[in-house]
Design a protein around this ligand. Sequence first.
Ligand SMILES: C[S@@+](CC[C@H](N)C(=O)[O-])C[C@H]1O[C@@H](n2cnc3c(N)ncnc32)[C@H](O)[C@@H]1O
Length: 168
Amino acid sequence: MEGTGLFPARAECLEVGCGNARLAVLVVDGFRPQRYVATDVDARQLSAAGHVVRQRYPEGRPAALELRPADMLGLDFPDTSFDVVLAFVTIHHASPRHEDFLPVPRALSEIDRVLRPGGLLFYSEIFHHERIREWLAHRGYALASVQRRLRVESVAARKPGGPSPGPA
Ligand SMILES: C[S@@+](CC[C@H](N)C(=O)[O-])C[C@H]1O[C@@H](n2cnc3c(N)ncnc32)[C@H](O)[C@@H]1O
C-alpha cells in the first residue's frame, strides 16, 4: 500500500493470513476503514493476533476490527462483500510447498469472488511474482502499483467493473 494513495474511504476490508495482526492494526489506525476483518487459518496465529490487538487497544478493540478464522482456499464470505482484500506474504501459503503454484489460483479465485467490482487487492509476495500478476491481468485487473524491495513484491490491483469515474 505504501505510496499508492489508493485506499478508499470507509472501506469494508478482508485480510487473509493476518498472522499476529501487526499489519491489521496499522491499517485500521492509518486508514480508519468501516470494517476490517482480519482472518487466518491457524488458531495459534489468531490467538497471537488477539494478544496484539488487546495490547494496542487496552480500552477495547475498535468496532470496525474483527478477528475470525478463515481459509483463503474457501472463504466463508458472500460474493462481492469487500471493497478491499489484503494479503501480506500469504498467497504462496496456498501450497504447503511454497514454490508450487498449482493451488495458488484457487486462493486468487476466492479473493476475486469476495471482492466487489472495482475493488482493490493489496498483496505482497516473495514467490510467484509474475504468475500472480499474469493471473490478475488475465481477469482484467489493472495493476495500479507494483513495487519491489529485495524479494518482496508489493502490488495494488484493481478488479474490473464498478462505478465509472464522474466528469472531471
Ligand atoms: C508469512 S505469514 C504472514 C502473516 C502476516 N500477513 C504478516 O505479514 O505478518 C503467513 C500467514 O498465512 C497464514 N496461512 C497459511 N495458510 C493459510 C490459508 N490457507 N488461509 C489463510 N491463512 C493462511 C499462516 O497461518 C500465517 O499466519
